[in-house]
Design a protein around this ligand. Structure first.
Ligand SMILES: Nc1ncnc2c1ncn2[C@@H]1O[C@H](COP(=O)(O)OP(=O)(O)OP(=O)(O)O)[C@@H](O)[C@H]1O
Ligand SMILES: [Mg+2]
Length: 525
């Protein structure tokens, strides 16, 4: 494994304009001294409110701060607004009210949750050039330097390669490298472990443990986060506030449950006293005369105590248990794989296989990033690969790693209806809304365009489609990406119970361990 080098080329982006200048004394120092001097507040949210349109309030008068050198986790439900907070920090989004203060001369760089679709056709060189406002001369050596940090080998030929030709795990590394090349003071990582294999996650964890500068990380991987986190910012989807905690994820869970218990206890105590006051008030009210006045006071007291009751903190909930129904009319073999292709050292390699899958068989495809798992799954799903035969009439449900099977211009409603039409030809408004709601797409959000959903919400819509579609063959490529960890046992439960033929790729062993696997095809062997 590489030893990490965190001193990069001194490329500078113009510092953020229009933000208040804080931490001036530190910033007057030379850069080398600045990075080692930890402590002062370099990011501060001051009563920040933000909404994606009137129907989608995200933050309400949120305040928090981050000190230089801190490693912080940003947590919250899918669609709560974590990525939006990153946009507010980088200046890509502006608050409705309140202010976001970034220390002057502080460079913030983000490793985004996914590569936007319009950047997938860029070459590697163009992709990195886009990280800067100004033209950067002689960028190639700098690209190679950061690619080495993320465990990718850069070379002349690679700089001309198109981004979409890289595997999901390799794209995750490119995203991280695109932030590092900016030599930031603050590194924002949005779900950086998605698609990474075991070695990739270990490499990234090691990098972050040794990283000396400020970073804020969004991730649903508790073990990964706990390796380096010193504090947690918890975005509460119900109150739209940020709660700030010291410690790692497990500390936070403990602190939250202690708080909820305390709030419940306080309310129970108040409820008891209120009842006692009401009982006494009733008793005195019947006595007449002066006693009535006493009864009135007691009622007022009970009302005052009612006001004192606290809103108990609501916990984020997992999605409801669900099943993916199996296409009922299938008998016999569903899929036969007699040969397949992998990529080894950038060269395709042909392999013979003898895999015949009937209903109720679960196959796990394993192998490191870049070996060709997704390419194989994609061509199976499309039915375009030699050596793989899918029985006639089998409906293929395909959960794609990059959600490329979802039409981003459709609304959630349209997307679910289209899955339904393929399946049964039946249209049923109530049914669609109920399924959407069970995947936490509630109310008017069914009329949101898929493209405007958060990444986790896109994943949940993809699962809702599978439920409606009732596939005979289920193909799942990294189905845990972006999805809140609370939902993962529920999803694992649904896959475990799936009665059709299933081919799964997942780099999350804890998730896979909850699913019945009948056969493993290791592409590396
Ligand atoms: N450009 C946009 N237009 C309209 N709505 C948006 C836009 N971007 C995000 N949203 C909505 O704002 C909410 C917050 O989205 P955001 O991507 O910040 O969530 P998140 O916490 O990062 O979720 P995830 O864990 O799924 O990545 C979601 O309901 C999403 O649908
Ligand atoms: Mg997000």
């Amino acid at each position: 494994m590489l030893i990490f080098e965190t001193k990069f080329c001194a490329l500078r982006k113009a510092p953020f304009q229009n933000f208040d200048k804080i931490g001036m004394s530190q910033n007057a120092k030379p850069r080398s001294e600045r990075s080692s001097a930890a402590g002062e507040v370099i990011i501060r949210f001051d009563e920040v409110s933000f909404e994606h349109g009137p129907q989608k309030p995200i933050l309400e008068e949120v305040g928090f701060s981050v000190r230089r050198g801190m490693k912080v986790t940003l947590m919250g439900q899918n669609g709560a607004g974590k990525s939006t907070i990153f946009q507010l920090i980088t200046g890509a989004a502006k608050p409705e009210s309140g202010a976001v203060h970034i220390g002057s001369d502080i460079i913030v760089a983000i490793s985004r949750q996914v590569i936007p679709r319009d950047q997938l056709d860029l070459t590697v060189r163009e992709f990195f050039e886009k990280c800067f406002d100004k033209k950067v001369y002689d960028i190639d050596p700098k690209i190679d330097e950061v690619l080495e940090v993320v465990n990718l080998k850069g070379h002349e030929k690679m700089h001309k390669r198109i981004i979409k030709s890289f595997s999901g795990g390799q794209q995750a590394r490119l995203l991280l490298a695109s932030a590092l090349i900016q030599d930031p003071d603050v590194l924002l990582l949005d779900e950086p472990t998605n698609n990474l294999d075991k070695a990739g996650i270990a490499h990234l964890t090691n990098f972050l443990v040794n990283y000396k500068k400020t970073c804020i990380v969004i991730s649903h991987d508790a073990d990964f986060l706990n390796a380096f986190t010193q504090g947690v910012l918890y975005l509460d989807i119900f109150t739209r506030k940020i709660e700030q905690y010291v410690g790692n994820y497990f500390d936070v869970v403990k602190q939250i449950s202690v708080r909820i218990e305390k709030e419940n206890r306080k309310n129970a105590l108040l409820a008891k006293e209120i009842q006692e006051n009401k009982d006494k008030a009733n008793f005195f009210a019947h006595k007449g005369g002066r006693m009535r006045l006493l009864a009135k006071r007691m009622r007022e007291k009970a009302e005052e105590m009612e006001e004192e009751k606290v809103d108990v903190r609501k916990e984020d909930k997992p999605i409801r248990p669900f099943i993916i129904p199996f296409q009922e009319d299938l008998i016999g073999e569903i899929i036969n794989i007699s040969s397949f292709t992998t990529m080894k050292n950038h060269q395709p390699a042909e392999h013979k296989a003898k895999i015949s899958m009937k209903k109720n068989q679960h196959l796990l495809l394993s192998g490191p990033n870049g070996i060709g798992k997704s390419t194989l799954l994609k061509s199976i799903a499309k039915g375009t690969v030699g050596g793989v035969a899918i029985a006639r009439g089998v409906r293929v449900g395909y959960y794609c790693q990059d959600f490329s099977t979802l039409n981003f211009d459709e609304t959630v409603y349209e997307s679910l209806v289209s899955a339904m039409e393929k399946a049964t030809g039946k249209k049923d408004d109530e049914f669609i809304r109920a399924i959407a709601a069970s995947f936490m797409i509630r109310g008017d959000m069914v009329y949101s365009k898929i493209g405007s959903l958060s990444e986790g919400q896109k994943g949940l819509v993809a699962f809702a489609r599978l439920v409606i579609q009732k596939p005979g063959l289920l193909i799942l490529d990294e189905p845990t990406n972006h999805i809140n960890f609370r939902h993962l046992p529920v999803i694992a439960g649904a896959l475990n119970k799936y009665d059709g033929a299933m081919i799964l790729v997942s780099h999350v062993p804890e998730f896979v361990s909850q699913i019945r696997i009948d056969e493993i095809l290791d592409l590396e062997k």
